[in-house]
Ligand binder design. Structure first.
Ligand SMILES: [Zn+2]
Length: 542
């Protein structure tokens, strides 16, 4: 054997049960050719081998982020940054500064503002940003992506006003006098997004390229792209796939992508005969993404009982779910066509209904290995936990959200219900397969932050030093397993990735510290020193 790449003198966490730890890896082409001792690997090195001395550093399989919005992530890197704005005043200043550098008429989008950081009683109204953006239409998302703030110019361009009718699955924000305050929730965001110019394919290619560079810095070698949202999802999904293909065909795709298509477009895939998963080892299609409800932050997550701090609502079923019979028929048809179903469900009611859909589909058809997934699986009643295992539904979860939501979720849904929130320990104990992800751009892509959140359950405000609902903590081993093997299972690729063993793809992350040998709280400070993708060193921290 002569290796193209060799990593020696490391502490390698293989995720291979028959050889859990090793010192060294030898790579030939894009495959792992050998895992074992440094001496054995050195014996296969020649003058042409790229030899990397790891100096005892911890190595894990490349992270597989089971839930991202990659285009939006890439686009957000070059847009206005509002996530850490500490007040509405700071939001206004940042928007003003950003607008002053952009050509007149250009839309200002994304932003990810976080009202939980602002002083209590802060309220948001379009008048806050109108005078600093007279010539830029603006549509800024809340960090959870289920609410947006539009300025008056955007609202005018969209032809929306105080007389506009509510739309199913959404909510239009109004002032006491009935005029619009610029806030649009869930499906109502489409009132504005439908006039936002669609990104061109070249803009998409640029954003995806920025996104994959960003991912490489964090050791992320595979992503499962839940695609575009709202109006863009309906109109631009083909362009997104074209942009990925362009990168791939030019040899420039440096992350493995499983792309989910919005439910509205399922028939196009089915008519062509595309099944899960069609493509190559870098780019695949055949997954569908549907929605059952909104988000907890925007009080649109769909619960059995009303919100504690907003008792007039139990949340809103999504626009897909507003006609449950149609949704069930569409999901059944997708399943018949051999497409993989991933359904967003946050509230306990939404999770319950989706599990019942899956049950009904299985009743109509035969039982087979489908890899159904529920995205977020955020609030699950104890009686529904075991249905994940019974039906073989993957819980695709993003633990960083708990550190975010844990700041205010007790007040929103009450202490008792909060115990069934982000219940990763209970899901694992009930036999469910967990796949970890970030939900970037809604949350940071950094897998170490995700693992920190899953294992410490600390909240971003430091209010829960022992962890919020600490019974639901999982171990570092479980978190890494769910980020590699679990995520590979979710996209049906456990035969080629997820573990470091002979014959599998050489996708590897070298960490600055040993996450298995430190306090979980320290994990958030660990960095990725090197990322190997497809047998090549793709990123190296200097
Ligand atoms: Zn998402």
């Amino acid at each position: 054997m002569s290796f193209d790449l060799a990593l020696i003198n490391g502490r390698i966490w293989t995720e291979n049960p028959s050889q859990p730890e090793a010192e060294a890896i030898g790579v030939i082409g894009n495959r792992i050719a050998f895992v074992g001792t440094s001496n054995d690997v050195l014996a296969g090195c020649t003058a042409e081998t790229r030899l990397v001395g790891l100096r005892g550093r911890r190595v894990v399989p490349g992270f597989n982020d089971a839930h991202v919005h990659f285009y939006l992530g890439g686009a957000s890197l070059s847009s206005v940054q509002l996530r850490d704005a500490e007040s509405v005043g700071e939001l206004r200043e940042r928007v003003a500064a950003f607008a002053s550098k952009r050509p007149k008429g250009e839309w200002i989008l994304l932003g990810s503002w976080d009202p939980e950081r602002w002083p209590v009683g802060s309220s948001l109204d379009r008048s806050l940003i109108d005078d600093v953006t007279p010539e830029h239409p603006v549509l800024l998302n809340r960090a959870d992506a289920h609410t947006s703030l539009a300025n008056s110019l955007a609202i005018r361009l969209a032809g929306v006003n105080g007389a506009s009718a509510e739309i199913p699955g959404g909510e239009i924000g109004r002032r006491p006098d009935g005029s619009l305050n610029g806030i649009f929730k869930d499906a109502a965001q489409a009132l504005i997004t439908r006039v936002v110019p669609a990104p061109t394919k070249n803009q998409m290619v640029r954003a995806l390229d920025a996104a994959q560079l960003h991912a490489a810095r964090y050791g992320v070698t595979s992503i499962q792209d839940m695609g575009l949202l709202g109006t863009q999802a309906r109109e631009c999904s083909a362009d997104l796939f074209r942009a990925y293909q362009e990168l791939d065909q030019n040899g420039n795709l440096n992350v493995r992508v499983s792309l989910h298509t919005p439910l509205v477009a399922w028939k196009r895939l089915a008519d062509l005969g595309v099944k899960a998963w069609f493509g190559n080892e870098r780019l695949r299609i055949g997954g569908i993404k549907a929605f059952a409800d909104g988000s907890l932050a925007s009080t649109t997550a769909w619960f059995f009982d009303p919100y504690t701090d907003a008792d007039w609502t139990s949340g809103i079923p999504s626009d897909d779910m507003s006609n449950p019979e149609q949704m069930l028929n569409d999901l059944t048809a997708c399943d018949e066509a051999g497409l993989q179903l991933a359904v967003h469900a946050i509230g306990d009611r939404a999770n319950h209904e989706v599990l019942s859909f899956f049950e009904e589909i299985e009743r109509r058809h035969e039982r087979r290995d489908r890899r159904w997934r529920i995205e977020h699986a955020q609030h699950v009643r104890a009686c529904d936990m075991r249905r994940f295992a019974q039906l073989g539904v993957v819980a695709s979860v993003q633990p960083y959200h708990l550190s975010d939501d844990g700041r205010w979720a007790d007040a929103r849904i009450g202490r008792e219900r909060a115990k069934e929130t982000y219940a990763f320990r209970s899901l694992i104990d009930a036999g469910a397969t967990l796949a970890l992800g970030s939900d970037w751009w809604v949350a940071p892509i950094d897998p170490l932050l995700t693992i920190w959140a899953a294992t410490t359950r600390k909240t971003l405000d430091g209010a829960h030093p022992d962890g919020w609902v600490r019974e639901e903590k999982i171990s570092v081993e479980e978190a890494v397993h769910a980020y590699t093997v679990g995520a590979a299972y979710a996209s049906g690729e456990e035969h080629i990735k997820g573990s470091l063993e002979t014959g599998k793809l050489a996708d590897i992350a070298v960490l600055s510290g040993d996450i298995f040998d430190m306090e979980p709280d320290e994990i958030s400070g660990v960095q990725v020193d090197m990322t190997v993708f497809d047998g090549r060193v793709l990123f190296e921290r200097d």
